[in-house]
Design a protein around this ligand. Structure first.
Ligand code: GAR
Length: 187
């Protein structure tokens, strides 16, 4: 069975969607570990609730990104992980992980890239007044939400929707799209 690692920094609702699909047998993977740079984030609690091991680290306790990524890489190699799934991991991936897992790191972003990369993408798009919102899954490279696009899904708005309504719709799309893409990549 394919072994994956999830990387998250916050709520972890995408992580939860992946756990749920796995437990329901719809997603054919073993979630070997959660990697987080925020030891107290809610994603960590979700991992514990489902007996998923956690590798948490505090970046400022390391001399450099290279140092903590070396530790992450050795844990992932030891666990035989074949895909790194970023799900709200709000940190750039560095050379150590990129070189070790080239083309085996994916990310989900709540906008139609290349528009609105970075943080608060839904808010950025809402403030801009776009009429088509969406979600992108892409391979990770050294940039912020750059890298080859694997899948996108979109929906139109009329302009009357609230930010909260749009956020909800985007997250609902994410929860369906990400497990589907993981299945496709690994099969
Ligand atoms: C998700 O909407 C994800 O697309 C976004 O962070 C959220 C994490 O939510 N990622 C980015 O903005 C990456 N640039 P979650 O922790 O509840 O899954």
């Amino acid at each position: 069975m394919n072994k994956i690692a999830i990387f998250a920094s916050g709520n972890g609702s995408n992580f939860q969607a992946i756990i749920d699909e796995t437990e329901q047998g719809k997603l054919n993977v073993e979630i070997e570990i959660l990697v987080t740079d925020k030891p107290d984030c809610f994603a960590t609690k979700r991992a514990k609730n489902h007996n998923i091991p956690v590798f948490s680290f505090v970046p400022k306790n390391y001399a450099s990104k290279e140092e903590y990524e070396k530790e992450i890489a050795s844990v992932l190699i030891e666990k035989n992980v074949s895909l790194l799934v970023l799900a709200g991991y709000m940190r750039l991936i560095g050379d150590v992980l990129l070189n070790q897992f080239r083309n085996r790191i994916i990310n989900i972003h709540p906008a139609l890239l290349p528009a609105f990369p970075g943080k608060n993408a839904i808010q950025q798009a809402f403030q801009y007044g776009v009429k088509v919102f969406g979600v992108t899954v892409h391979f990770v490279d050294e940039g912020v939400d750059t890298g080859t696009i694997i899948a996108q899904e979109c929906f139109k708005v009329e302009g009357k929707e609230t930010l909260a309504e749009i956020e909800q719709k985007i997250h609902a799309i994410e929860y369906e799209l990400y497990p589907k893409v993981i299945n496709t990549i690994l099969s």
